[in-house]
Design a binder for this molecule. Structure first.
Ligand code: PLP
Length: 368
């Protein structure tokens, strides 16, 4: 049996007519930049998150970068984040000439460890970027408490967590801003690149809106040096169709996760931990095992696609050699990076395929 990591085609086929019509409507309207779909989607996603403003941008990376820029982060400043994430969470800080500072993660949830954040704060710390990794939120009460005591803004990297909750409140609604990515593989993905910032802070929203159109509020009246980073109208139209199904998709992912949990419960596999008061949306269903690389190649030979998020902790990437971290500095992250990998997970994943994946994992243990 062949099992894909995810199947975007299956999802498209289920909503093909609606998507095709939405795209055609934009083509007919010829409003390709900042049209009505971008405006409506910004409202819809702000409402969904439970905040006042949504600002569509070109991708998730820009949603983080424009927010940092609008907060005045620049040369010499420090931004604390996790090394257990996609590179972009740290890259944006470096692009602005500031220094990413890495805190270690919690060994159960793989999210940034609040205690480790507090240890890394200096007078240069200008922002904290917790990443809601794999679709489960960070311990936001502890993080917001630390941030308030030190008067440092929190930007939530919610690129993997649209719809995830902590104590009944949505990812993106805790910090000064939340950042979403609509990369095709994300829980709400478009058919290209896209991203959005959500915030309650009117002043911040205005600044980011300026930054995304070359630093201007009024066309040709440029007030600051900005960027060209807008959410594309065709992508916004696609996202408005898919957004209607987001809750359903997230619920289906949660069901698949339950099935895996049940099927895998008597194996040596370390399962994802969903903490009390948290709603995990399983952007990834990531497990930890000893002999990870052997298991991954065993599964590959059996036709099961898997992926390793993340094989190298960000603090040990070659590009950050200059920051002078060494092996052993962030031991929890380093240990998880050696053992973690993701199983196939998407809303349409057939149960027979999940059963097959787990039977292969059990076979791996029996053949040892
Ligand atoms: C995907 C992702 C990003 C970047 O989003 P893009 O839309 O690809 O630019 C940033 N942070 C995390 C945690 C992500 O998963």
């Amino acid at each position: 049996m062949k099992v894909k990591l995810l199947d975007l085609k299956a999802q498209y086929k289920n909503i093909e007519k609606e998507i095709d019509e939405a795209i055609k409507d934009v083509l007919e309207s010829t409003q390709f930049i900042m049209g009505p779909n971008v405006k409506e989607l910004e409202k819809e996603i702000a409402d969904f998150t439970g905040v006042k403003y949504g600002i569509g941008v070109a991708n998730g990376t820009d949603s983080l970068m424009l927010t940092l820029k609008a907060l005045g982060v620049g040369s010499g400043d420090e931004v604390i984040t996790t090394p257990f994430t996609f590179f972009a969470s740290a890259e944006v800080t470096s692009v602005l000439g500031a220094i990413p500072v890495f805190a270690d993660i919690d060994k159960n949830t793989y999210c940034i460890d609040p205690k480790s954040i507090e240890e890394k704060i200096t007078e240069k710390t200008k922002a904290i970027i917790p990443v809601h990794i794999f679709g489960q939120m960070c311990d936001m009460d502890s993080i917001m408490d630390i941030a308030k005591r030190h008067n440092i803004p929190v930007i939530e990297d919610a690129c993997q967590a649209i719809g995830a909750e902590y104590k009944g409140k949505k990812a993106g609604s805790f910090g000064v801003a939340g950042c979403y990515s609509f990369f095709p593989t994300k829980n709400l993905g478009c058919y290209g690149d896209g991203g959005m910032i959500v915030t309650n802070d009117q002043d911040l929203a205005e600044k980011i809106k300026m930054l995304r159109v070359h630093g201007s509020k009024v066309k040709y009246h440029h007030e600051v040096i900005g960027y060209n980073s807008r959410l594309d109208e065709i992508q916004a139209a696609i996202l408005r169709v898919k957004f209607k199904y987001l809750n359903k998709y997230n619920e289906l992912r949660r069901e698949k996760a339950k099935i895996y949990n049940e099927l895998l419960k008597d194996t040596p596999v370390v399962l994802p931990v969903e903490e009390k008061n948290y709603k995990h949306i399983y952007h990834q269903y990531s497990i930890c095992v000893e002999k990870r690389d052997d298991m991954v190649s065993y599964l590959k030979n059996k036709g099961v696609a898997t992926s390793i998020y993340y094989p190298i902790p960000v603090h040990l990437l070659k590009v950050y050699e200059n920051l002078a971290y060494k092996k052993g500095d962030l031991p929890v992250t380093e240990n998880i990076c050696e053992r973690v990998f993701a199983l196939p997970m998407y809303p349409e994943l057939p149960i027979e395929q999940q059963e097959y994946v787990v039977s292969c994992i059990k076979e791996f243990y029996n053949n040892k």
